[in-house]
Every structure is written in structure tokens, then in C-alpha cells.
Write a protein that binds this ligand. Structure first.
Ligand SMILES: C[S@@+](CC[C@H](N)C(=O)[O-])C[C@H]1O[C@@H](n2cnc3c(N)ncnc32)[C@H](O)[C@@H]1O
Length: 240
């Protein structure tokens, strides 16, 4: 186990600070819109409105720092679907747009069809699933991204806010356990997870390590308000 990395990770911020930083916006149940990279997206009620953390993943998919070209890609918790659109344009071989929220999967599908459409060598597969429970059997992927609702404090009693923001470390425990036990990763696969110290980073990374994953910090961003965001890359350790 990479004890040194675990010890270096900051503990969660104080509960009151996490709650103040994640006050739910009043408009989640309304129709919103957003723009990124010159594209406009309509955001249906209940679907997560992408923020700066989301865009850190989108940008890396776009510039190839997270390489999906020619690879089988699972966008876990795809929400609005921007990751899937970028992966389509970059030429991923298979794109699994996965979310537990059917309206999010439907929105992702609409945006994919509008901005990418049918493309030779690229298959788009919308999947409504609770993490990988609902993902087709027997498939493997080469790359996974997840911007999870990992905030460690319950910031609302609205189930849609909870689903988008604050399911906490147990969701990531399920994610890594399913990846490992269902043998969902092809040899050499990369799993990218972006989380901050509004989450329990040590619990999340510790669980992944116990499931046999080797973590690496790919980026650490200081927002100058106490929040530190980490982009981790996990790979399966070699089986001795
Ligand atoms: C923080 S949002 C990220 C959305 C999008 N990927 C982005 O970065 O803009 C988290 C997403 O995870 C989804 N989610 C929550 N619980 C889930 C679960 N058990 N299985 C799959 N997706 C889940 C939510 O519906 C939401 O779309």
C-alpha cells in the first residue's frame, strides 16, 4: 500500500466549511443552459450543471492528457454528457455514457447525437446503471473517468442534490469494488477520479488501494479558499 501518498492527502475540511461551500443552488429543478468549447448545452431539470471541476476533465479529454482515441471509454456519472461528446470527437472506439439518473443519460444521448452523430469506428452506448450495476456483462474498458458526488457532508435533503453532490466515500468504495470484482478493466486500463478535500480523500484512495489499485496524483489544484482538488489516476497493480 502506498502509505506515503495516503498520509500526504489532506483530511476533509471542517463540516461547516464544506456545507457553506456546497450550498445547493435553487435552480436544479429548472431548465438551464451552459457553454463550453464553443458548444451550447441545454441542461434539463435534475441534471448536474457542470462546474470548474467538470471542465478539468473535459479539457484533459479534449487535449489528450486523458487519452481516449481508439480506446473503450466509460464516462461514469456522465450527467449532461460533455465527456461523451468530447470522446466521440476524439475518436474513442466505444463510449459508455453511464449514469444512475435516466434523464441525465437521455440528455447525454441527445447532446452526443447533435454534436457527434453516427461515426465510423466509434460506438456510443447509453447505460442507465447504479455505478456498474446495469453495465453490460463481459465488456471491458481501457479508460474510465469519474467526477463523483463525493462531498462528505449531506448538504441538502433533496435526493437530486444528494445524487449530484454528496453521496460521499461509500459510492467510490462501490465503484472500485465493482471495477475489481467484475474484471471491468482491460490490461493497462486507466481510471481517472477527480475529488477534493470536501470529500474524505484518505478513505477513497485507501479503499482503492485495498482493492489492488495503484494511485498516482496527476494534478493538484488549490482554489485559494481552502479547497484542494486532486485528479488521481488509478491502475490495477500487477498480480503477483
Ligand atoms: C458531480 S456530477 C458529474 C456530472 C458530469 N460528469 C460532469 O462532470 O459534469 C455526478 C454525476 O454522478 C451521477 N451519479 C450519482 N450516483 C450515481 C450512481 N450510483 N451511479 C452512476 N451515476 C451516479 C449523478 O447523477 C451525476 O450525474
Amino acid at each position: 500500500m502506498d502509505i506515503a501518498l495516503l498520509d500526504e492527502l489532506p483530511p476533509p475540511l471542517p463540516a461547516e466549511q464544506i456545507i457553506a461551500l456546497n450550498r445547493p443552488k435553487a435552480d436544479l429543478h429548472s431548465r438551464r443552459s451552459c457553454e463550453w468549447n464553443g458548444w451550447s448545452f441545454e441542461v434539463p431539470p435534475g441534471v448536474f450543471l457542470p462546474g470548474a471541476t467538470s471542465r478539468m476533465i473535459y479539457q484533459r479529454l479534449l487535449d489528450g492528457a486523458i487519452e481516449v482515441r481508439g480506446r473503450r471509454y466509460a464516462a461514469m456519472g456522465v450527467g449532461l454528457g460533455v465527456e461523451a461528446v468530447v470522446a466521440g470527437l476524439r475518436g474513442a472506439r466505444e463510449i459508455y455514457a453511464i449514469d444512475v439518473h435516466p434523464d441525465s443519460v437521455a440528455a447525454a444521448t441527445r447532446h452526443y447525437e447533435r454534436l457527434v452523430g453516427p461515426k465510423e469506428g466509434t460506438a456510443f452506448v447509453p447505460v442507465v446503471a447504479d455505478v456498474f450495476d446495469g453495465f453490460p456483462d463481459g465488456r471491458q474498458v481501457d479508460v474510465v473517468t469519474f467526477n463523483p458526488p463525493a462531498v462528505s457532508q449531506t448538504v441538502s435533503d433533496d435526493p437530486d442534490v444528494v445524487r449530484n453532490v454528496c453521496l460521499g466515500a461509500p459510492l467510490l468504495a462501490t465503484f472500485f469494488t465493482q471495477l475489481a470484482e467484475r474484471d471491468l478493466l482491460a490490461p493497462g486500463a486507466e481510471v481517472f477520479v477527480i475529488v477534493s478535500n470536501t470529500a474524505d480523500l484518505r478513505a477513497i484512495v485507501g479503499h482503492a488501494v485495498r482493492q489492488g489499485f495503484v494511485p498516482e496524483v496527476r494534478m493538484r489544484h488549490d482554489w485559494n479558499d481552502g479547497v484542494l482538488t486532486y485528479l488521481f489516476r488509478f491502475q490495477r497493480g500487477s498480480v503477483a
